[in-house]
Write a new protein. Structure first.
Length: 152
């Protein structure tokens, strides 16, 4: 038995295209990485939950920064808005990740985005913004890198 390399649909051995998604049929076996969601659903659920928590942390940080921007210094509005946008993206991704777990390594391996977020929060947003970055590096990125072979 083989499975579609794009959507994971079970295929007949002689199939040339996948009847579910229309992509060319690959020769991926049952032990393949695509079946990650079935075989390692606990890892995927954990990652999804951590991303959701990360989104909530950034939402709280963004709200605090916006409040600081209103009452203390307007410059705090900039990282506050950026952090709220980031939180919404994380919360949405935590849901879609469970439906489509492809591209996890590609999303979390690069360091440029998280370092930029850390820097602008440290410089403009104050120490409170560093908390979200620390959580991201420890709870999410390190988790993905430790389980890289499962997420690949």
């Amino acid at each position: 038995m083989k499975y579609c390399t794009h959507c994971g649909n079970e295929l007949l051995d002689e199939a040339v295209i996948c009847m579910k998604c229309g992509c060319a049929a690959g020769a991926q076996k049952a032990q393949s990485a695509y079946l990650f969601a079935d075989n390692n659903s606990a890892l995927l659920d954990t990652l999804s939950q951590r991303i959701k928590i990360n989104g909530i942390i950034w939402l709280v940080i963004g709200i605090l920064q916006i409040a600081g921007g209103i009452f203390i210094n307007w410059i705090l509005l900039i990282p506050g808005v950026l952090n709220i946008i980031s939180s919404v993206n994380d919360i949405n991704y935590s849901k879609t990740l469970l439906e489509d777990p492809t591209g996890i390594i590609k999303r979390f391996e690069p360091l440029t985005g998280p370092i930029i977020t850390l820097v602008y929060n440290l410089i403009i947003g104050g120490v409170i913004g560093v908390i979200g970055s620390i959580y991201y590096f420890i709870a999410i990125r390190s988790f993905v890198m430790e389980n890289k072979s499962s997420f690949a």
